[in-house]
Design a protein around this ligand. Structure first.
Ligand code: PEP
Ligand code: MN
Length: 269
């Protein structure tokens, strides 16, 4: 299979914007709110995460919510606000596409298309994203094995898109102490089996903002090729995932600490 290390020995480097590369000695940090909520929120968040050291801005315009009554995202309006935030800060954009029609629209605005945990096995979406050739952030399903994740990545590669970054975001478990069970082991396991870079998402992985710093340190130490962290200018007012969103001050402190961990293993934030 094309996804395997046997097929390709050297780690794939995925560049989403000039100098923002996953899979090399740098460890890029993607940060921003769970959802795009309004102009002020996303532009403020973009400035704050950039000032702290993030090199890409995240924010969902199309949100896969467990309940149909929860905020579903701003849609196209949200994509336009992400474009504005990019113009204001220069940060490349990572944002989710939920279906085939949405993927083409998202591709016009995003530098990297996120395929979320719930859609990891949406094979028609994977085929569409594979044809689009844009970098893809493919998140592991909450009940998917590492083999399932790699086979989903294979759909993208098989369509001719080599720009795939995997993401560990935590698994369903019996324990309610954290939102998900963050599978740190997935990082070295994926790196052994595949040449694709893998980033860690300790925000969804833990569901608690006070656990994001220790688990992001651990993820860097384990060799993650990037980190995704949810940050909101006012987490208590967030329309989604407020409990796991760091404050801008917490995020700034996180980046300071992550730089030290990265340096200790010969990598750079
Ligand atoms: C998100 O990144 O906000 C998100 C919905 O992630 P996941 O698909 O991992 O739940
Ligand atoms: Mn979220």
């Amino acid at each position: 299979k094309q996804v395997s290390r046997e097929w390709k020995q050297e780690t794939t480097i995925v560049e989403i914007a000039p100098g923002v590369r996953f899979g090399g000695s740098e460890v890029p940090i993607i940060a921003g709110p769970c959802s795009v909520e309004n102009e002020q929120q996303i532009v403020t968040a973009a400035r704050q995460v950039k000032a702290a050291g993030a090199v890409a801005l995240r924010g969902g315009a199309f949100k896969p919510r467990s309940s149909p009554y929860s905020f579903q995202g701003m849609g196209l309006e949200g994509l336009k606000l992400l474009k504005l935030a990019k113009q204001e800060t220069g940060l490349p954009i990572v944002t989710e596409a939920m279906d085939e029609a949405g993927a083409e629209l998202v591709a016009e605005y995003a530098d990297m298309i996120q395929i979320g945990a719930r859609n990891m096995q949406n094979y028609s979406l994977l085929k569409t994203a594979g044809k689009l050739k844009k970098p893809v952030l493919l998140k592991r399903g909450m009940a998917a094995t590492i083999q399932d994740l790699l086979l989903s990545a294979e759909y993208l590669l098989a369509e001719g898109n080599p720009n795939v970054v995997l993401c560990e975001r935590g698994l369903r478990s019996f324990d309610t102490a954290s939102r998900n069970l963050f599978d740190l082991t997935a990082i070295p396991v994926v790196q052994q089996l595949s040449h694709l870079p893998i980033v860690a998402d300790p925000s969804h992985g833990t569901g608690r903002r006070d656990k994001v710093l220790p688990m992001s340190r651990a993820a860097i130490a384990a060799g993650a090729d990037g980190i995704l962290i949810e940050v909101h200018p006012q987490p208590e007012k967030a329309m989604s995932d407020g409990a796991q969103s760091q404050t801008p001050a917490q995020f700034a402190e996180t980046v300071v600490q992550l730089k030290r961990v990265a340096e200790a293993i010969g990598r750079r934030i």
